[in-house]
Design a protein around this ligand. Sequence first.
Ligand SMILES: *[C@@H]1O[C@H](CO)[C@@H](O)[C@H](O)[C@H]1NC(C)=O
Length: 347
Amino acid sequence: MAWFTSKNEYARLGVPANSGRKWNSSQRSRAAQLAVAVSVVLNLYFILSQWWTWPAPLDNYQELLDVPPASKENAIVTTLYTDSFAPAVATLGHSLRKTNTSASLIVLYLPDRISEEALCIATSSGFVAQQVSRIPPPRNGKGVHRHFLDQYTKLTLWTLDKIGIKSLVYLDADTLVRKNMDELFLSPWDFAAVPDIYLDSRGFTLGFNAGVMFVRPSSEVFQNMVDQISTAHYRSEDAEQSFLNHYYAAEAVRLPLAYNGNLAIKKRSPELWQGMLPELRLIHYTMVKPFLGQDYAKVSVKDLDKHVEKMTKKRGGYYKREVQWWGEEWKETRETYQKELSLCNVF
Ligand SMILES: *[C@@H]1O[C@H](CO)[C@@H](O)[C@H](O)[C@H]1NC(C)=O
């Protein structure tokens, strides 16, 4: 243990005893007063700083810009292609209304797919239903993941300029909003989305996830997109997400991850997930869908509470807390919109 510093060697590095000037008693008392004063100030600062924290700039709008958002031209839009997502849309609507969003809420749905009952559930918490036509995948859906066969219908978002929408935030129905995100309506871009995350070797990517998007609708852009769906070269499996990534490529503004709290982040980097939570605008239930049965099967409203409880154990219980959040929000939705839901004949 020769490298271990001995007590003697250590002492030699220190200040020799009695090397300083001695203080007289008045100097000592002044120093003591100063020390007490500093200590009081530091303690006060510490105590006050526990109470007072500045709100984050995005939570603290003061309309410093001279164009406040005009709410009738702003919409938050989701889609309903199958009955099994109806309770998810209702819960999303409730979570949005809790944030006091100033935007109108629109759910696009396929009339020949969606039952009256499902539409009733989906619109119970404030989403206004708007019929759309299905946009079929190119090449009869060859190579497209079977859960994404209706997803090209999402491009219809770009036609909403026809009903007076100037800006919209699109949210997949498997999202749950936790914080107001109306600030997006002030963004100057035509298109923005959040980088995607995968559990495989791709990891954190620059390509974006199409589950949350800021879109300035334009029927002209829509026509241009539809004209190219079948001729553009891209991986067909991920359907509209892959197409949109190729369409916008580097021109898509990348939003912070907090705008699309993809559960894959938690798996990939638990520390990042933990750090993001205070700023998280929404959770995107990619890895586990609390409201769906096996293979996207519909879960009836009566059984939903029990089902959510079961889903907390999915993937080894890794997403227990996030699944519980959804379950709590659903319970609140059910209670808050009891009257509306009672008209849907689901209880
Ligand atoms: C929404 O508005 C209500 C009523 O003005 C208010 O009590 C509530 O705190 C607001 N919620 C948020 C998240 O700002």
